[in-house]
Design a protein around this ligand. Sequence first.
Ligand SMILES: [Zn+2]
Length: 146
Amino acid sequence: MARPLKPRRVEVMPEVSVFKPAGVPMRELDEVVLTVDEFEALRLKDLEALEQEDCALRMNISRPTFQRILTAGRTKVADALTNGKLLRVEGGSYRLAMRKFRCLGCNHEFDLPFGSGQRGLDARCPECDTTGAQRVGERGRGKRFR
Ligand SMILES: [Zn+2]
């Protein structure tokens, strides 16, 4: 029986989902699929240079699981670079982290994707359709926002 996968928490969706070697027709290329959770593991560890323990916490998974995802992701990227394969980022077991906002006009609370760069001032309230919202502190993160 397959173990059900717990969705991994992902803060940032890839802006580009296909990386293709120049000058080779798509149909002649082998393809490597990097899952979104593997992409997030690479981003946290290799770009943000966080400790593995912190990466695991951010993705809401155990450290061994994080290590496994990270290794799989690195292998795929190396394979694509080394062998000139098309790299596609898609799928995997994940959920996009949301950030809570409170409308300054009507106090309605709503969620927006974590990494969307919205600071609240340009966030549009789905209830009263005005802009201007305040970020509500995340649960359990000990972080407070004005
Ligand atoms: Zn509102």
